[in-house]
Design a protein around this ligand. Structure first.
Ligand code: ADP
Ligand code: MG
Length: 254
C-alpha cells in the first residue's frame, strides 16, 4: 500500500526458475525510517526478492526505484553505492582475513574504479585513512574492536552476524537489508542484534529484514509485509498481522 515517504518503491517484480514463480510482487513500498519485516514460509521468495532488489539476480519483469531514482538494472556493487545494502554471509575467502581487513574490503571504492596520477593517489590516501577510522568506529560499536586482528573465521556464529552487519555499514547506507540476521545466534547475542537494529532505525536508517521468529518480528517491526508463494498476501502493523487469518493460514498451510 502507499506510504507517506517511501524510500523504496517496486512494481510488477517477477522472477521464475523454470516453471516455478519464485517472486510475483505487484506493488511494494518501504517507508523511510522504519523497520519493515518481510515474513513468509520457507520458499516464499524472500531471499529471491532481496537478490532482485539489490541487483544480485535479474528480474524477468518489473521496475523499482530507491530514493526516487530508478534502480532496476543497476549492478549489485552500484546499488550499494546508491545507499541500499544487504548483508552477506562471510565467504570462505573472507573468513581467512582479519576482522579489520573484512571491514576495509567493504569500504566504498573497493569494487569501483581507481584513478591514476599523483592527485588521485593523494585523494586515495585520504580515503583510506577515513575508511580505517570508520571501520574502527564500527568495530567498537559492535564490540568487535578487541577482535580486529583476529581471523574472521575464528569468530562465533553471533559475532559473525555482528561483523556482517558492521561491514554493511561501511558505505554509510540509507537502507540496510538483513536476511535472517538472527539465524543460528545464541539468545544473548540476539538481544544485542535487536538493539543494533533498533538503534539503526532510531538514527534514521531504514531497515528491511527477513526473520522467522515471531516474537522478534512483533517486538521490533514498525510494519510487516507477508509473502507467500512469491506474492504479498498481507501487510500491516504487527497487531494487524497477528490477527490476520490469511497470514495464519499461509504459515500453517506451508
Ligand atoms: P525464501 O527465502 O522465502 O525461503 P527463496 O527466495 O530462497 O525463498 O526461494 C523461493 C523459491 O525459489 C523456492 O522454491 C526456491 O527453491 C526457488 N529458488 C530460489 N533460488 C533459485 C535458483 N537459483 N534456482 C532455482 N530455484 C530457486
Ligand atoms: Mg531465504
Amino acid at each position: 500500500s502507499a506510504k507517506a515517504d517511501p524510500i523504496l518503491r517496486a512494481d510488477g517484480i517477477r522472477r521464475s526458475f523454470g516453471g516455478l514463480t519464485a517472486v510475483d510482487v505487484e506493488h511494494l513500498e518501504v517507508q523511510r525510517g522504519t523497520i519493515t519485516a518481510l515474513i513468509g514460509p520457507n520458499g516464499a521468495g524472500k531471499s529471491t526478492l532481496f537478490n532482485l532488489l539489490t541487483g544480485f539476480d535479474r528480474a524477468d519483469a518489473g521496475g523499482w526505484s530507491f530514493q526516487g531514482r530508478k534502480l532496476n538494472g543497476v549492478a549489485g556493487h552500484k546499488v550499494a553505492r546508491r545507499g541500499m545494502v544487504r548483508t552477506f554471509q562471510l565467504t570462505k575467502a573472507l573468513t581467512r582475513l582479519t576482522v579489520l581487513e573484512n571491514m576495509l574490503l567493504a569500504a566504498p571504492g573497493q569494487t569501483g574504479e581507481r584513478f591514476a596520477g599523483s592527485f588521485a593517489r593523494w585523494m586515495w590516501a585520504g580515503q583510506e585513512a577515513a575508511n580505517r577510522e570508520r571501520a574502527l568506529e564500527l568495530l567498537a560499536r559492535f564490540k568487535l574492536d578487541t577482535k580486529r586482528d583476529d581471523i574472521a573465521g575464528s569468530l562465533s556464529g553471533g559475532q559473525r552476524k555482528l561483523l556482517e552487519m558492521a561491514r554493511s555499514l561501511m558505505v554509510d547506507p540509507s537502507m540496510v537489508m538483513l536476511d535472517e540476521p538472527m539465524a543460528g545466534v545464541n539468545p544473548a547475542l540476539v538481544q544485542s542484534l535487536l538493539e543494533h537494529i533498533t538503534a539503526l532505525r532510531d538514527e534514521g536508517t531504514t531497515v528491511l529484514f527477513v526473520e522467522h521468529d515471531m516474537d522478534v518480528i512483533m517486538g521490533i517491526s514498525d510494519w510487516i509485509v507477508v509473502l507467500a508463494q512469491g506474492r504479498v498476501i498481507a501487510e500491516g502493523r504487527p497487531a494487524d498481522i497477528r490477527s490476520n487469518n490469511e497470514v495464519i493460514d499461509a504459515y500453517l498451510g506451508a
